[in-house]
Design a binder for this molecule. Structure first.
Ligand SMILES: Cc1cc2nc3c(=O)[nH]c(=O)nc-3n(C[C@H](O)[C@H](O)[C@H](O)COP(=O)(O)OP(=O)(O)OC[C@H]3O[C@@H](n4cnc5c(N)ncnc54)[C@H](O)[C@@H]3O)c2cc1C
Length: 271
């Protein structure tokens, strides 16, 4: 039923917009609220937080159905569910969950910001710095190639609080678009999946309340990598195609077991 609803939605609401969105290089702003209305932006968020209370398997089905029609729409929903909501559900304090999950389920898009100009494949060579000043963290640096950057209202930002500690100095924060010192920079003009925004983020003495630290100081590398491992799709290697999940050849290390479990479940479902 859920899969059928997403398939119908993709056919009736997404498909007619695909060509114009690809040409405009942006998601149709009238389409975005419809993702929320159908519950696609908070699939695994518990009902108590305003979400659909669903499962990872449902997220896979939704992303698969959207991918068959438009990769950009699929990525918008995928990043929200697997990289932002899942991360907050697993690692954030109850206070952060109470403040942000209801909004992520109903009106606010999210983004996951790890990459920088000098740290792509070497994901933990971050130069973005976080310095504590009383009850506030001051963030300075730039993030690059951030999916959903143009639409997002909430950003999970990975920083370094102590360069001497290497990857053990990495720390994650929940940063609102409106925080002082935060801005969205250049948007990439891509050759494919053009309607999915890929942007720069600028942190210029950005002020983040201490309560917005996700997890603990120094465990950001765990937050980052475990989220990526749990995510079923490798956005690092995602191709602008509508291939079905079963034929995707690249998954992040560690997600293969989970992917094969999902495949088994799919086979069981269709038998
Ligand atoms: C469309 C798009 C969306 C993205 N969305 C996000 C997002 O939402 N959030 C985010 O944080 N990031 C995002 N990224 C960034 C993405 O994760 C990085 O582009 C990726 O990690 C690769 O980094 P890089 O581009 O710096 O390539 P590089 O690290 O420069 O690598 C270039 C090539 O060299 C190879 N290479 C690198 N190191 C080695 C090595 N030691 N030995 C052998 N080969 C090596 C790589 O495999 C690759 O083929 C996005 C990128 C794109 C293109």
């Amino acid at each position: 039923m859920f899969q059928g609803a997403v398939r119908d939605f993709a056919a009736s609401e997404v498909r007619p917009r695909v060509q114009a969105m690809e040409q405009a290089a942006q998601l149709d702003p009238t389409l975005i609220p419809k993702f929320f209305e159908l519950g696609l932006m908070g699939i695994e968020i518990p009902e108590a937080h305003g979400g659909a209370g669903g499962s990872l398997f449902m997220t896979v089905l939704a992303v698969e159905e959207l991918s068959a029609v438009d990769a950009s729409a699929a990525i918008f929903v995928d990043v929200q569910n697997t990289l932002v909501n899942a991360l907050l559900l697993k690692w954030a304090s109850d206070d952060i969950k109470n403040r942000y999950l209801p909004r992520l389920a109903t009106e606010v898009a999210g983004a996951y910001a790890l990459s920088e100009a000098g740290s792509g494949s070497d994901a933990f060579g971050l130069a973005t710095k976080a310095t504590k000043q009383g009850d506030t963290w001051i963030l300075d640096g730039r993030k690059l190639w951030i999916t959903n950057g143009a639409e997002a209202g909430l950003f999970v930002i990975f920083t370094t609080t102590d360069f001497a500690k290497g990857y053990k100095g990495i720390t994650a924060f929940a940063v609102e678009r409106g925080f002082k010192g935060f801005s969205v920079g250049k948007k990439e003009d891509k050759l494919g999946i053009r309607a999915s925004s890929t942007t720069e983020l600028i942190l210029d003495h950005c002020e983040v309340p201490a309560a917005n630290l996700i997890g603990e100081v120094g465990n950001g590398y765990k937050v980052a990598i475990e989220t990526l491992k749990a995510c079923n799709f490798s956005w690092r290697r995602r191709r602008p195609s509508s291939r079905r999940l079963g034929s995707w050849s690249t998954t992040p290390p560690g997600s293969r077991t989970r992917a094969s479990r999902i495949q088994k479940k799919r086979r069981w479902r269709s038998s």
